[in-house]
Design a protein around this ligand. Structure first.
Ligand SMILES: *[C@@H]1O[C@H](CO)[C@@H](O)[C@H](O)[C@H]1NC(C)=O
Ligand SMILES: *[C@@H]1O[C@H](CO)[C@@H](O)[C@H](O)[C@H]1NC(C)=O
Length: 289
């Protein structure tokens, strides 16, 4: 570095001296005097302040021999080599960083693609959920309809009064007869037939039946519940005079098509009018599998 500054100063001094010669018309002697004064041996009166400064700088830096200059050049070369090495390292670092940026860019692009895929999947899943919800709603509606249908099937209940077709009495007969309760009060599900007096089970289940008997004294009243031709329970009463009353009820397990009705025992009599003293009622408690 020092050598470089020295060379520059020498050049500057030379240019200055040449300029002085051109401007002021110095002869060769004067020039050589000038140059010798540059060596600092004397201070000629013609020198100006600038030249004095340059001279001082040169004295400071340029008391150097050729070996010093060579040493300085070696130093310079070493510095340049060092800088070149550093440049190479920097270039390598920049190249590496560029590579990293490329990788990062690629990763970001990849992630973006994945995000797009995920978004598509989510959209698809949302669509699926919507479709499932619709299906679920449809199923719920179907199930509710089925339950309503089943409940509708289960709506079985009837009540009917005897109301004789002629006069007050039914009986006495010489054989047992099936009683027809003609005055239908309720007949949900139409399982009771008021023409035949027969109830037919529309589905398997537990059924409750109840009946009342009313008659006049002097003749007994004997009425039975019959299931498929078989006596189940009897309501019986007998009074010497005035009125007589009796009742009974039973829960029966019925299969589909089983029949239930009331029979008046031979030799007995019941009495009724529009007041419905004798009634026959039944309903499904619950269905059975
Ligand atoms: C039978 O019922 C009728 C009508 O409710 C009533 O007038 C009569 O006193 C009752 N007879 C007996 C013995 O309870
Ligand atoms: C009532 O009638 C049934 C069936 O006919 C008969 O088995 C039963 O003995 C009768 N009851 C009375 C008390 O007469």
């Amino acid at each position: 570095m020092k050598a470089l500054v020295c060379i520059l100063l020498l050049l500057e001094t030379f240019v200055f001296v040449v300029q002085q010669q051109v401007d002021g018309g110095l002869n060769e002697n004067e020039i050589s005097q000038q140059i010798s004064s540059e060596d600092g041996k004397q201070n000629p009166p013609q020198t100006d302040t600038l030249r004095a400064e340059a001279s001082t700088d040169r004295q400071q830096y340029c008391d150097l021999g050729i070996p010093d200059i060579l040493a300085a050049l070696r130093e310079l070369t070493a510095t340049v080599t060092e800088q070149k090495e550093k440049n190479r390292e920097l270039t390598a670092t920049v190249t590496e960083l560029k590579g990293n940026i490329r990788e990062l860019t690629a990763t970001v692009t990849e992630q973006k693609e994945k995000n797009r895929e995920l978004t598509a999947t989510i959209t698809e899943q949302k669509e699926n959920i919507r479709a499932l919800e619709t299906q679920l709603r449809e199923q719920q509606t179907f199930i509710l309809e089925e339950i309503n249908k089943k409940n509708y099937d289960r709506e079985i209940a009837f009540s009917a009064g005897l109301r004789p077709s002629v006069g007050l009495y039914v009986g006495p007969f010489t054989t047992d007869i099936t009683l027809t309760y003609r005055n239908v009060i309720t007949n949900i599900g139409n399982a009771y037939n008021p023409v035949t007096g027969i109830f037919t089970a529309p589905l398997k289940g537990a059924y409750m039946f109840r009946f009342t008997v009313h008659g006049h004294g002097g003749t007994p009243a004997n009425v039975s519940i019959i299931k498929n031709g078989e006596h189940m329970v009897i309501a019986f009463d007998v009074q010497a005079q005035d009125r007589l009353n009796s009742s009974n009820g039973v829960v029966l397990i019925l299969e589909v098509g089983d029949v239930v009705y009331l029979r008046l025992c031979s030799g007995t009599r019941i009495a009724d009018n529009q007041n419905n003293y004798n009634t026959f009622s039944g309903f499904l408690l619950f269905p059975l599998r």
